[in-house]
Ligand binder design. Structure first.
Ligand code: BTN
Length: 252
């Protein structure tokens, strides 16, 4: 199926009824130099979904969206990779907002989507770098759509948030998602980084608020922003400290 409402995202869609991981498939197909930008790999049943920090991503079959998008952002320097992260998080967030217009959904830095204390979507971006720029980016997205039971985990879905009665049409959510991500990625392409960053901060969970964190020790601090490398800036005792993804976790 070819998406009609986009310029280049989703013009080629590879559908796998079942697979190990759409990101793994994405990493394989970028080996072929003729892979076109905007190719999407989507599955209904992912057996070995991967998440960040080496976690696994587990999803009930046929209920949610699990997909990977191939981008070729060769105009982005590896040091600026966070712009991709902002664009994708905001595209996913906008989609959740489209289907749940009266619910607040925020981005938990760097790229988890949260409603209240529950995670509704996660993103795993894997870049390949060549000659000082990002040659390929495999953008993996897991968005909980119609799953209701999360086995006690703090997770939610569009359907759980909407009262649990009428399932969402996943194809419709998919099309909206692809189109929203393209809209944000076009901002990256036209170098509207400042606009993206303002929009990201506007939806950043805990921005300018006091939050609890775990680093070498547990502490409380105020999220002051994101630096140009995408690191989290936290004000602690009147001083701003910056943290890499590996160096800090939220205590929600
Ligand atoms: C996270 O929250 O830690 C990121 C989760 C990313 C999950 C998606 S599902 C589709 C794609 N394929 C994978 O193996 N992972 C991503």
């Amino acid at each position: 199926k070819i998406l009609a409402n986009t310029l280049f995202l989703g013009k080629k869609v590879i559908y796998m009824p079942s697979c190990h991981s759409t990101n793994d498939l994405g990493l394989q197909i970028i080996q072929n130099t003729d892979t076109i930008e905007g190719t999407v790999i989507v599955t209904d049943d992912q057996k070995k979904g991967r998440g960040q920090r080496g976690n696994s991503w587990i999803s009930e079959p046929n209920k949610n969206l699990m997909l990977s998008i191939i981008l070729k952002p060769s105009f982005v320097k590896p040091a600026d990779h966070f712009v991709l992260n902002m664009a994708v998080s905001l595209g996913v967030r906008a989609t959740i907002a489209d289907f749940l217009p009266s619910t607040t959904c925020n981005v938990k830095w760097p790229n988890d989507l949260f409603i209240g204390r529950s995670k509704i979507a996660g993103i795993l971006i894997e870049n390949s770098v060549r000659s000082g720029s990002i040659e390929n980016s495999v953008i993996g997205i897991g968005l909980n759509v119609n799953q209701l039971d999360f086995g006690g985990l703090e997770a939610t879905s569009l359907l759980s948030e909407n009262g649990g009665k009428k399932e969402f049409d996943r194809i419709h959510v998919f099309e909206q998602l692809i189109s929203n991500i393209e809209a944000q990625y076009l901002k990256v392409k036209s170098n509207k980084t400042q606009e993206l960053k303002e929009y990201y901060l506007q939806h950043l969970l805990g921005f300018k608020q006091s939050m609890k964190f775990k680093s070498e020790y547990d502490f409380e601090g105020i999220i002051e922003g994101i630096d140009s490398n995408g690191r989290l800036m936290v004000g602690v005792n009147g001083k701003v400290e910056v943290f890499d993804f590996k160096e800090i976790e939220f205590l929600l």
